[in-house]
Ligand binder design. Structure first.
Ligand SMILES: NC(=O)c1ccc[n+]([C@@H]2O[C@H](COP(=O)([O-])OP(=O)(O)OC[C@H]3O[C@@H](n4cnc5c(N)ncnc54)[C@H](O)[C@@H]3O)[C@@H](O)[C@H]2O)c1
Length: 259
C-alpha cells in the first residue's frame, strides 16, 4: 500500500510510537503512515520515548525523525516546521494529537489548570495551523487533522475545560478550512470515544470506571488506537480530497445514544 508515497507528515503527541508498549493515536498513526509509504516526523515533549520510537522505525527501514515540540511554544513550532522542510524538502500533513484534561468540577478548578488545558488544545491548534500553512502551500497543498473528542458533544460532571477546548478545536477547524482552502489545504477534526491509550490507561485498569464506559458505549467495548488512526489517516489521504471543515466521530456509538 502506498497511500502516502511522496508525502511528509508531522505528527505531534506521537511519542507513544514505541513497539511493545501501549500506543496512542499519534503512535499508531505514525507507524501506519510509514507503512503506507509516507515519511514521518514525530514531535512531542516526551523526548526519550519519541527517540526510542524513531530508532525502532529506522531499524525497520522506515524514514522517520523525532523533534522536540511543545505545542504551546511558538518558537518550537517554527523550528519544527523549518527542520522538517530542511530535512525532507516539503510538508504535506499535520496531525495534532496532544491534550490534557482537568478532572475536577468547575467550582474546584483553578485558573492555571483551566488555562493549561486551553493552551495545549487551543494555543497548540492555532500555532500549528499558522506555522504549517505556508510550508504546505509551497508543497502544493496539504491536510491538517486535529484530534478533538466526543466530549465536545456533551456536558459532564468533570472536565469542563477539556470539553470546551475540544469544542473549540472543531470550530477552529471550520475557519481554518475556509481560510486555507485557496492554498489547497484541507482541515478536519476527529472525535474519538473512549479508547485504550496511555492517556486513558489508568481508567481502563479501574474496573468500575471501565465498566461504566463500556456500558455507555453501544458497541460495548473500548476503542483501539488503530481504529482512531484509521480515521485520522483517511482524512489525511486523497480518499478525503473533497472533505474539509468537518469532523469524524469514532466513538462506538456513544454520542448517537445521547441524541
Ligand atoms: N484515549 C481516549 O480515550 C481519547 C478520547 C478522546 C480524545 N482523546 C484525545 O486524544 C489525545 C490523547 O491521545 P492518546 O489517547 O493517543 O494518548 P497519548 O498519551 O498517546 O497522547 C498524548 C501525547 O501528547 C503529548 N503531549 C502532552 N502535552 C504536550 C505538549 N504540550 N506538546 C507536545 N506534546 C504533548 C504526550 O507526551 C503524549 O505523547 C488527547 O488530545 C485527548 O484529548 C483521547
Amino acid at each position: 500500500m502506498s497511500r502516502f508515497s511522496g508525502k511528509v507528515a508531522l505528527i505531534t503527541g506521537a511519542a507513544s510510537a514505541v513497539e511493545g508498549e501501549l500506543m496512542g493515536f499519534g503512535g499508531r498513526s505514525a507507524w501506519r503512515m510509514l507503512r503506507e509509504g509516507g515519511r514521518v516526523v514525530i514531535a512531542d515533549i516526551a523526548d526519550e520515548r519519541g527517540e526510542k520510537a524513531v530508532t525502532q522505525m529506522r531499524d525497520a527501514g522506515l524514514d522517520a525523525a523525532y523533534l522536540h515540540l511543545d505545542v504551546t511554544s511558538e518558537s518550537d513550532w517554527s523550528a519544527a516546521v523549518g527542520n522538517t522542510v530542511s530535512r525532507f524538502g516539503r510538508l504535506d500533513i499535520l496531525v495534532n494529537v496532544p491534550g490534557t484534561s482537568d478532572r475536577g468540577s468547575i467550582i474546584d478548578t483553578d485558573t492555571d489548570t483551566w488555562q493549561g488545558v486551553m493552551d495545549v488544545s487551543n494555543r497548540g491548534m492555532f500555532l500549528g495551523a499558522r506555522s504549517v500553512a505556508p510550508a504546505m502551500r509551497d508543497s502544493g497543498g496539504g491536510a491538517i487533522v486535529n484530534v478533538a473528542s466526543m466530549a465536545a458533544r456533551y456536558g459532564s460532571e468533570y472536565g469542563a475545560a477539556y470539553s470546551a477546548s475540544r469544542s473549540a478545536i472543531i470550530a477552529f477547524g471550520g475557519s481554518a478550512a475556509v481560510q486555507f482552502a485557496p492554498m489547497g489545504i484541507r482541515v478536519n477534526s476527529v472525535l474519538p470515544g473512549w479508547t485504550h491509550t496511555p492517556f486513558t490507561d489508568q481508567i481502563f485498569n479501574d474496573a468500575d470506571a471501565s465498566a461504566m464506559r463500556i456500558n455507555r458505549t453501544p458497541l460495548k467495548r473500548w476503542g483501539q488506537p488503530e481504529e482512531i488512526a484509521a480515521g485520522i489517516l483517511f482524512l489525511c489521504s486523497d480518499d478525503a480530497s473533497f472533505i474539509t471543515g468537518t469532523e469524524l466521530v469514532i466513538d462506538g456509538g456513544v454520542t448517537a445514544a445521547l441524541q
